[in-house]
Design a protein around this ligand. Structure first.
Ligand SMILES: C[S@@+](CC[C@H](N)C(=O)[O-])C[C@H]1O[C@@H](n2cnc3c(N)ncnc32)[C@H](O)[C@@H]1O
Length: 234
C-alpha cells in the first residue's frame, strides 16, 4: 500500500490521467468495452426497485444510469475522482432523476454510514492509492447484509490482460483473487467470494493489433479467461 504522505499526490496524478481520458472521449468508449461483463454482474446483483446503490469509479456514469432505471424508487450514486468524468456524467447525458454524481476519492466517500443496499465497481479498484481505506469505506456505507461487487480485468490470474499496464503513467495494483479476498475480510466483510466472468463479445474479422493485444489470439484468450468478479457481504 502507498504511504499516506504520497497519497494525495497520487490522487492528483490519477485525476489528471482520467481527466485526460474524459477529454479524449475515452469515458464514453468504455461503455462498449465493459458492457458485456458488467451486464452479467448486474444480473447477479438482483437489484430491487427500492435499492440505494453506489457505482464506485463510475467514469461517465453509463452503469449508474442502467442501475437507476432498475431501481426507480431508490437512489443511485456515481462516484469518481475525475472531475471531468463527473462533469460529462452530469451534463453529457439525459440522466434519470434518481441518478446522482459526486467527485470523491473511494477512500473518502461523503455519505452517512449504512445508507446503501449494494455497490458496484467496474475496472476501477486497482487504481486506488489507498485500497484498504476504500474497502473500509465501502463497508461503512453499506447496510448490514448489503453487498459489494467489484469487477476487474487486470488481476494476477489473467496474464493476457497484463500488457496494457506498461502504457499507463500511474501505478496500478496487480493482485490475485485471494489477495483481494484477504483485504475484504480485513475490512470487516463477513463473507467474500470470487468467480470469473468471461466476455463473449465477438472479435471483428478485420481486427488489427492494439496497445492492449499484439495478436487476435491473445485478445480471444483474454476474453475467455475472463474478468475477476469479487462479491462481498457486510
Ligand atoms: C477504467 S475507468 C472505468 C470507469 C467506469 N467504471 C467504466 O467502466 O466506464 C476507472 C475509473 O476509476 C476512477 N478512479 C480511479 N481512482 C479512483 C479513486 N481513488 N476514487 C474514485 N475513482 C477513481 C477513474 O477516474 C476512472 O473514471
Amino acid at each position: 500500500m502507498v504511504p499516506y504522505a504520497g497519497r494525495h499526490m497520487l490522487e492528483e496524478l490519477i485525476r489528471r490521467e482520467f481527466n485526460r481520458w474524459a477529454e479524449e472521449g475515452r469515458g464514453r468508449g468504455m461503455e462498449k468495452s465493459h458492457w458485456e461483463i458488467t451486464r452479467q454482474m448486474i444480473d447477479l446483483m438482483k437489484v430491487d426497485s427500492h435499492d440505494n446503490i453506489v457505482d464506485l469509479g463510475c467514469g461517465v456514469g453509463w452503469a449508474t444510469r442502467v442501475l437507476a432505471q432498475k431501481a426507480p424508487s431508490g437512489l443511485v450514486l456515481g462516484i469518481d475522482l475525475s472531475d471531468r468524468m463527473i462533469l460529462e456524467a452530469r451534463s453529457g447525458y439525459r440522466n434519470p432523476p434518481n441518478a446522482l454524481f459526486l467527485v470523491a476519492d473511494a477512500s473518502r466517500i461523503p455519505c452517512e454510514e449504512g445508507l446503501f443496499n449494494s455497490l458496484l465497481s467496474v475496472e476501477s479498484i486497482y487504481y486506488y492509492p489507498d485500497l484498504e481505506g476504500a474497502f473500509a469505506e465501502v463497508f461503512r456505507i453499506l447496510r448490514p447484509g448489503g453487498k459489494a461487487f467489484f469487477l476487474v480485468n487486470y488481476y494476477k490470474g489473467n496474464v493476457y490482460g497484463h500488457r496494457w499496464a506498461k502504457y499507463i503513467d500511474i501505478p496500478v495494483h496487480l493482485l490475485g483473487a485471494e489477495d483481494y479476498i484477504a483485504l475484504l475480510a480485513r475490512a470487516g466483510f463477513r463473507s467474500a467470494s470470487h468467480r470469473r466472468i468471461s466476455n463473449s463479445t465477438p472479435i471483428p474479422e478485420d481486427w488489427t493489433p492494439t496497445q492492449w493485444f499484439s495478436t487476435r489470439q491473445d485478445q480471444a484468450k483474454f476474453q475467455a479467461e475472463g474478468a475477476l468478479l469479487l462479491e462481498a457481504e457486510k
